[in-house]
Structures are given as structure tokens and as C-alpha cells.
Design a protein around this ligand. Sequence first.
Ligand code: NAP
Length: 275
Amino acid sequence: MKTLYAVFGDPVGHSLSPVMHNAAFAALGMDCEYHKFRVTKDDLKEAIHGAKAMGFGGLNLTIPLKEKALRLVEPDPLAEAVGAVNTIEFRGNSIIGHNTDGVGAVNSLKLSGIVISHSNVLLMGAGGAARAVAYQLASKGARVTIANRTPKRAVELAANVSSVGRVEGTGLEDLASLVEQSHIIINTTSVGMHPDIDQTLVTEDMMHAGQVVFDLVYNPLQTKLLKEAKKAGAITVDGIKMLVLQGVESFRIWTNAEPPVDIMERAVRDVLGKQ
Ligand code: NAP
């Protein structure tokens, strides 16, 4: 009998996780299928227990369920520290919560040959994605400045993450000088995401050659920020790498198999390329 996997979210129609994981299952000849289900926050507990009762192999969670899930599962230390669960593992009678978002982001940089330790990182945004990324960067020895439209959120996030490394929080007022001083600039805001594809917080004139610019937004693939960064001579990393690499970590947790990373990435890029 097939083993089923799924992503729960609300909305979830946009999720590329089924495309990515089904490509991996097919490539490895595994008798598994991955689906997406719209699940509200109110129904999350029943949905997780229902999936467990039906013998699902594992789950991913997306907006707006990641924080709520923390109280419904046994979070591992990383998920507990980050305050969010994006991967659920059914192990015996236990329902374990993991968070692979930050690892996916850091591995995106590492695979692009970028050194994180001792780098000055400017993290724009203090929402759900920023949380996981800030925690991983700080624990890998980066000096992180979180700059957010609502400064209070940046300061609070920095305080939460400061137990693992050097993190400060601020607003967007001094963005130009923060950009100037940073080796790595990461956009974790939704600025530039479809349909507002002409928006960016940072323009060509603010960046310089040799800097690394990583945009978590992957719809469109080439965001306005990445286009501006290229014009400035910066090294760019797009959001697909993180999407794939967080999925790769989930796949490893569920199956103990080595996921075919290139096939998963190609499957996602094919779909986005056609949109
Ligand atoms: P979120 O929790 O809603 O946070 C949104 C962040 O964007 C907040 O910091 C918000 O600032 C900021 N923001 C929104 N509009 C802004 C504007 N006009 N100007 C300045 N700042 C603005 O969202 P999220 O879950 O963190 O996701 C953020 C983005 O990352 C989305 O585009 C998502 O698709 C992408 N993402 C990608 C991956 C991947 O694998 N590549 C994974 C996760 C998320 P305030 O605090 O002031 O509201």
C-alpha cells in the first residue's frame, strides 16, 4: 500500500511541495504519494491526529500553522528554539515536530560557496521565515542585524535569538548604511512577491560588487531585488534553493533515504518557469 505524505496550510493551493516530493519518490522508485490539504488553525490538531491514524508517513506545515503546531506536537530542540514547526514525523506513538526552514536557508548559502561564520548579515524582515533563518545564522557564528518595518518585532526577535549568537534588531530607517556594511543581505519580507513584482527595499545604488544577496521570495524567480543586485555586481541566491533544501531535510527525516536534490530542484523550477 502507498505511503501518503502531505502539506497542510491555509491557503495551500500555491504550494510546490507536492511537485518536489513526488519527483523525489518517483526517482527513487518509492511507493509514496504527497498531497496538499487546506487545513485551518482550528482543525489542525484533528488533522494531524487523523493523518497519524491513517498511517501517513509525515507532514509539512505552512502558513499559518507553523507556530500553532508547536503546542500540538513534541517539538525537537531546534523547533522549540525557533518557535515553529514545519515538519512532522510520526515515530511510534510520538508526533515529533521539526523545523527545517533555517537549515534550508543556511545550506542554500553554503552550497553557493558562501561563508557564514563571522560575516555581517543584514536580515530584512522579522516574520515567520526570519525567525528560523536568524536562529540558524546566529548559531553558525554570523553577526546578524535584523531590520524590520515594525522595529519592535525586529528587537523582540533579536532578543529571542541572542542566546545563540550576536543579533541586533532595528527599523528600516538606516537601511542604506546597513546594506553598505553587510557581507550578506537577506530579504525575508514579502516585498517583491507576486503581484507586486516591481518592489524592492534595496536598489542597485545601495549595493556593491562582492556582496551576497539572498531573496527568500521565489515567485517570481528573479525578483526585483535580485535583478538590482546583479546590476551592482553582487552574488545572488534565489529562494528556490531554500525551498528545495528545507524539503530535502524533511525528506531525510521521514524516509532515512538520500533525496535526489537536483531532481527536486528541477521539478520546482520547471513549474515556476511555466507560470
Ligand atoms: P510573514 O510572517 O507574514 O512576515 C512578513 C514580513 O515582511 C514582516 O517582517 C513584514 O514586516 C514584512 N513586510 C511585509 N510587507 C512589507 C513592506 N511593504 N515593507 C517592508 N516590510 C514588509 O511572512 P513569512 O512567512 O516570513 O514569509 C515572508 C516571505 O518569505 C514570503 O514571500 C514567503 O513566500 C517567503 N518564504 C520563502 C521560503 C523559501 O523556502 N524560499 C520559506 C518561507 C518563506 P512587519 O513586521 O512590519 O509587518
